[in-house]
Design a protein around this ligand. Structure first.
Ligand SMILES: *Cc1c(COP(=O)(O)O)cnc(C)c1O
Ligand code: SF4
Length: 342
């Protein structure tokens, strides 16, 4: 018997999601105010910093809100989205462009830092605003907004046959509607030297209903090898409806990887990392990277010192199978690859 067939995911009936309108309704219903976020979770409204929210607005979709523990200001899911006064603390080494994105711009909306891979900033919007985000100061006005702008961005990729993989990132590329995603994937697949399409997204986590039939058809139907890197930092983000969405992606033949950021107060312990890896593998996702925090202004309180991160990974390596241990990496501006720390 084939190894792949031994898993019963192909025979279990997988529930169908509602239409595209439904996930977009979740975007419209997102909480966009710190005090409102506190009110919904039974927390004192002064916990939310208005000054921090003015720098980078609050944005939390309802589905994610249901996974946050009410009344707990230290909840690891809450910490990722709550604007705190600590963001206002100025730390000199934390800057607005910590990873050298400006220097790596190949064309407006297209970055190339690494051989063979071009990263396209598909859109500036996201389904959640992560307080530690390294792109919180990125000039998203430069992202292509029209089909003509897309064509010109893709021409830059078309002119370089050494590029074999297109990475759709952002922002979050799955904020685009399905017809846009299909148009884009079609244009990318038309470039003869592109073999792989990689999508970096938090949408299956934030709004699991984003995994629509139309999206699956596009990703399964292209001649490109489809890889999706979901961004999950904590096991509790992977609720049962998220697991269903991931199962649908996996069943459609899309390779699923996770990338997390090591964050103080969120996942900075061996237990949290172990639970994350175990839950990821249970829902069909391989842990790929654990990122050292990029030193973006406003995020210093999230930083975990590198020796501590190395210790966590080394402990994890003793406790888990090798494939369940993510590579602990750091992005150093100007380097030819992400630097492996452990
Ligand atoms: C991280 C990153 C990639 C992908 O790197 P991998 O090590 O292949 O995951 C590609 N382009 C840019 C601009 C990146 O920041
Ligand atoms: S989803 Fe990604 S790009 Fe968007 S705010 Fe979160 S970390 Fe930043």
């Amino acid at each position: 018997m084939a190894i792949l067939a031994s898993k019963d995911r192909s025979v279990r009936p997988v529930p169908k999601p509602a239409a595209e309108a439904t996930w977009q309704a979740e975007i419209r219903e997102a909480v966009r105010d710190g005090a409102e976020l506190c009110r919904r979770l039974g927390l004192p409204p002064e916990l939310a910093s208005q000054a921090a929210a003015a720098q980078f607005p609050v944005f939390v979709p309802p589905s994610y809100l249901t996974r946050i523990k009410p009344g707990d200001a230290t909840d690891p899911l809450l910490r990722q989205v709550m604007p705190l006064a600590e963001e206002e603390v100025v730390v000199a080494s934390f800057t607005t462009d910590p990873v050298g994105d400006q220097a790596a711009t190949l064309h407006p909306g297209v970055l190339q830092k690494y051989e063979g891979r071009a990263l396209s900033v598909a859109t500036g919007s996201c389904a959640v605003h992560c307080r530690y985000c390294f792109r919180r100061h990125f000039p998203y006005e430069e992202a292509p907004h029209s089909e003509a702008a897309w064509d010109s961005a893709l021409r830059a990729i078309a002119e370089d046959p050494s590029i074999t993989e297109v990475i759709l990132s952002g922002g979050d590329p799955l904020m685009l509607v399905d017809s846009r995603v299909a148009m884009l994937v079609g244009k990318i697949a038309d470039l003869p030297h592109i073999a792989r399409l990689r999508i970096h997204t938090r949408l299956p986590i934030m709004i699991p209903r984003r995994v629509t039939d139309a999206l699956l058809e596009t990703l399964a139907g292209t001649k490109l090898t489809s890889v999706m890197v979901i961004h999950t930092n904590h096991a509790r983000e992977l609720a049962s409806d998220v697991a269903v969405a991931l199962e649908r992606l996996g069943s459609a033949g899309i390779m699923l990887l996770n990338q997390a950021v090591l964050l103080r107060g969120v996942n900075d312990s061996i237990v949290a990392q172990r639970e994350l890896s175990e839950r990821l593998v249970a829902v069909g996702v391989l842990p790929y990277y654990l990122h050292q925090l990029d030193r973006v202004a406003g995020a210093a309180h999230f930083e975990v010192p590198i020796p501590e991160g190395k210790q966590i990974i080394n402990d994890l390596r003793q406790q888990l199978p090798g494939y369940m241990v993510p590579r602990y990496v750091q992005e150093i501006a100007g380097e030819a690859n992400k630097t492996v720390l452990a």
